[in-house]
Structures are given as C-alpha cells and as structure tokens.
Design a protein around this ligand. Structure first.
Ligand code: NAD
Ligand code: UDX
Length: 452
C-alpha cells in the first residue's frame, strides 16, 4: 500500500519512519510545505532531536520512506493519507486563546478533495476537537465527484524524548472509525498496518468520536496529575513535608500508580496546555461551564507553579536580581528533546528578565537562535547570553537554576561550579534532580521543589 503523511513535524516524521521501518511492504511518503524541514529530513541532520530516530530514518529512507514537498503527487498516489499537521491554539477571532486552530486541517481536507482521483482513507493523526471528523468528511463529500472517502481517527500518544521507544512499544494504538461496513473495512486496513509490530490486543478500535475525545482526555488526565503534585509541592514547602516522599507514598497505591508524579517547575510542551484549553473551549461550547472550570484549574495551577518558582528565586536573592548573573541550566521543556514549545523555562526567564537579571543560559540541545526567538531578545540584549556549557554559564553567577532534567546536569563538577560563583551561592533545582544535601555540604544554599 502507498501511504502519505501530510506534515513532517515531531509526530509525522517519527511516526511514519516507524511505519516504514516495520512495514517493508508499504511505501511511505511524508510531505510538508516547509522546504527546509523536508531538506533536513533528507540530510544527515534531522530537523528534530529524538534518541534513536536517526537509525530508524537511515534504515528506511530511500527504500520505502521518502520526504518531499510534492504534496499533490503524494496524495494522488496514496491509498491512505495521514494528516499530521499542527493544530495550535487559535490566536484570533472566536475562541481565541482556547479553541484549536483548524485551518491547516481544513486546507489538507480541501487539498485531498482537489487532488484525489480514486477512493482514499483519510486518517486524523493530529490531535483534534471531538467531532472534527465530521467537518473533514463534509468537505470531502461535498467535493467527492463519485470518489469514496473514509475518515479514521488515530491519535498519537508518543511523548517527545522517548518517541522511538513509544512508537516501537506503545501502550496501545487507538483507531476510531465509522461503524458502517465501509468504515469497519477502513479500520481493519489501518489495524493491519500496526499489527506488523503491535500485538492485536493492544490495538483498540472505537467509534470516531470516542477516539477523538480520548486523546484530549488522556492529555488532560496526565497534565492533571502534574498539577496535582505541583499543588502539593507548595503545601510541602509550607509544612516541611517532602513532595518526593509524598509522591512515593501515594504512588505505591496501585490505584494511583507511580508515574507522572514528579513535581517540577511546571509542565511544558506543545500538547498539554493546548489540548486542555481546547477541552475547556469544547465544554463551554456544549454548555458545560462547571466541567470547563474544572479542567481550567489544571492550567491555572501550572501557571502558578512557573511564576511561584521565579518569585522564590527573586525573594531568596534578597528581593532583587537586578544586574545579577543567573545561570539557567536547561531550556527545553523536558530532557532528550530540542523542543522548547511552552517550556516552563521561557516563562521563568521572562519573569527574571523583567526584574533586570542577567541570564546566562545553557541547554545541551537547544540552539541560541531558538532561545533568543523564544525570549524575543536579540544578540545585542545585555540581559541574555547563551553559553556553550554549564561551567561557562555558572561563572560569576549568584544563582544556578536547573530548569530541565538533562542527565548531564547530574554529573557536573558542582565543587568547581561553587568555586567560581558569587557568595552566597544559591542553587534552585526546579526538577528535584540533584542531591541537595551533597550540594549544601559543598557550601551551596540549595533548594528544590516542595522540599519543606
Ligand atoms: P509540528 O508543528 O512539528 O509539525 C506540523 C507540520 O505540518 C509542520 O512542519 C508544517 O509545516 C506542516 N503543515 C502545516 N500545514 C500543512 C499543509 N497544509 N500541507 C503540508 N504541511 C503542512 O507539529 P507536531 O508536533 O508534529 O504536531 C502535529 C499534531 O500532532 C498536532 O495536532 C499535535 O497536537 C499532535 N501531537 C503532537 C505530539 C508531540 O509530541 N509533538 C504528540 C501527539 C500528538
Ligand atoms: C505529552 C503526552 O505524554 C503524550 O502522550 C502526548 O502524545 C503528547 O503530550 P510530551 O509533552 O512530549 O507528551 O512529554 P511529557 O513526558 O508528557 O511531558 C510533558 C511535560 O510535563 C514536560 O514539561 C515534563 O517535564 C512535565 N512532567 C512530566 C512533569 O513535570 N512531571 C512529570 O511527572 C511528568
């Protein structure tokens, strides 16, 4: 079968690379309008950093995996078309700041209608509001000219930084489709693709709306756990309880479980906030204000956590960070990715820049261009420098902030760092990554999150 995927981003690229890698019989073409992104997918330096991705792409590229900007040809030739374009939060008009911006999805639907000559299975891979498939279907059917289109929902659950492992060994694959004979046939075709490597009992099939809604719900539940433990971290700081101990204590209850209970500077990433805002908007749209308010609390708590951290840095540094060098270690929204979308680091840095701090930022994978773009500061801005390594960033600093849990931060020579800092040397571990007692023995005034 010929498969096409529209959108060569964090999801489209790795997901299709895995399908090509696991299904030698299928040919997969990933298309995008962004020429430089496609060029990067065809080069030795892939556009995204993801452990294990290089090997999977190298193995399949040129054999049954292709990256191209020729959207029309790829759609025309494919039997199955995945839509994996971005669905950001709308920034204008009705629903601005909450609703998903579906203009890229609609463009894809119209393009498929325009270019297709035969029947197609169209698979929603992007995260979408429940009932989007209805709009996609109406656009396709209104332009069908006798061709048949089946719409499936196949949301992606991979997390960045572990995308390859998640794709290789997913907890489950979810496929939603119309419960008609043609719909069930289309579902089966996609089941057959995944069944090349995913055990059949882990492939869940549902109706379209359950599948679309399950993706938003999964992200809302995951983010809710983080906001819940972060809420408790604030209480820990006021009461001398320790949030990691509390997380272990509650996580051993099998009904709660141990995962996603790591207190932090707040969740980031391109999905959680966007998807919860979308859920909130949907609830408001369907006249469910109590439900909307309930989920909005997850975002409110996350915003509180980010600003609370910045405020704590400022108050601990004698209520002023003006002209003080602050080393920021980590800028990505989590380790093992170069993605900075909605990274808590952006908000914390902005709060500190407002207080005229001089930030010296180091991240192992995020480029200087990206950091400056996210903070909206030019190279001339005296308040932000981007450093080559952690030792340069911490030289002469009043405080060190750990904002991403990169493994390399665990093994830095903290004695060396301490020796080159201003005294008292403060360290704020926003990821509870380090041994605070060992740091305090060196002489640091070190603190973590929720470590009363
Ligand atoms: P992304 O921004 O990295 O990639 C989207 C790509 O689509 C871009 O390269 C863009 O140029 C391209 N595109 C947009 N409109 C196009 C068009 N009309 N024709 C061709 N190409 C077009 O986004 P992403 O992170 O890959 O996310 C894609 C979707 O998957 C979103 O709905 C997101 O919510 C969802 N998702 C993301 C993740 C994640 O970890 N990033 C995980 C699960 C689901
Ligand atoms: C998330 C979902 O996990 C994934 O299933 C979905 O497909 C896309 O959205 P992602 O955003 O890539 O994935 O990473 P994730 O591991 O979920 O982390 C999101 C944010 O939460 C990060 O900033 C991370 O540092 C933070 N986090 C995660 C915590 O603060 N504590 C935790 O216990 C877990």
């Amino acid at each position: 079968m010929k498969i096409c995927c529209i959108g060569a981003g964090y999801v489209g690229g790795p997901t299709m690379a895995m399908i090509a890698h696991k299904c030698a019989d299928h040919t997969v073409t990933v298309v995008d309008l962004n020429q430089s992104r496609i060029d990067a997918w065809n080069s030795d330096t892939l556009p995204i950093y993801e452990p294990g991705l290089d090997a999977v792409v190298r193995e399949a590229r040129g054999k049954n995996l292709f990256f191209s900007t020729d959207v029309d040809t790829a759609i025309h030739e494919a039997e199955m078309i995945f839509i994996s374009v971005n669905t950001p939060t709308k920034t204008y008009g009705v629903g601005a700041g909450r609703a998903a911006d579906l203009r890229f999805i609609e463009k894809c639907a119209r393009k498929i209608a325009e270019v297709s000559q035969g029947d197609k299975i169209v698979v929603e891979k992007s995260t979408l509001p429940v009932r989007t498939a209805e709009s996609v279907k109406r656009i396709l059917q209104a332009n069908s000219k006798g061709r048949k289109f089946q719409i499936l929902s196949n949301p992606e659950f991979l997390a960045e930084g572990t995308a390859i492992a998640d794709l290789q060994n997913p907890d489950r694959v979810l496929i939603g489709g119309e419960q008609s004979p043609d719909g069930l046939l289309a579902i089966q075709k996609l089941v057959d693709v995944y069944a090349n490597w995913v055990p059949r009992e882990q492939i869940i099939t549902t109706n379209l709306w359950s599948s679309e809604l399950s993706k938003l719900t999964a992200n809302a539940f995951l983010a809710q756990r983080i906001s819940s433990i972060n809420a408790i971290s604030a209480l820990c700081e006021a009461t001398e309880a320790n949030v990691d101990e509390v997380a272990t204590a509650i996580g051993t209850d099998s009904r709660i479980g141990p995962k996603f209970l790591k207190s932090s500077v707040g969740f980031g990433g391109s999905c959680f906030q966007k998807d919860i805002l979308n859920l909130v908007y949907l609830c408001q749209h369907f006249g469910l204000p109590e439900v909307a308010n309930y989920w909005e609390g997850v975002i409110t708590m996350n915003d509180y956590q980010k600003h609370r951290f910045a405020r704590r840095v400022i108050s601990t540094l004698f209520n002023t960070v003006s002209d003080k060098r602050i080393a920021v270690l980590g800028f990505a929204f989590k380790k093992d990715t170069n993605d900075t979308r909605e990274s808590a680091a952006i908000y914390i840095c902005e709060d500190l820049i407002k207080e005229h701090a001089n930030l010296a930022i180091y991240d192992p994978k995020v480029t200087e261009v990206q950091i400056r773009q996210d903070l909206n500061v030019s190279v001339e801005n005296p308040h932000v420098s981007v450093c080559e390594d952690a030792y340069t960033a911490t030289e002469g600093a009043h405080a060190v902030l750990i904002l991403t849990e990169w493994d390399e931060f665990k093994t830095l020579d903290y004695q060396r760092i301490y020796d080159q800092m201003q005294m008292p040397a403060f360290l704020f571990d926003g990821r509870n990554l380090l041994d605070l007692e060992a740091l305090n023995r060196i002489g640091f005034e070190a603190s973590g999150i929720g470590q009363g």
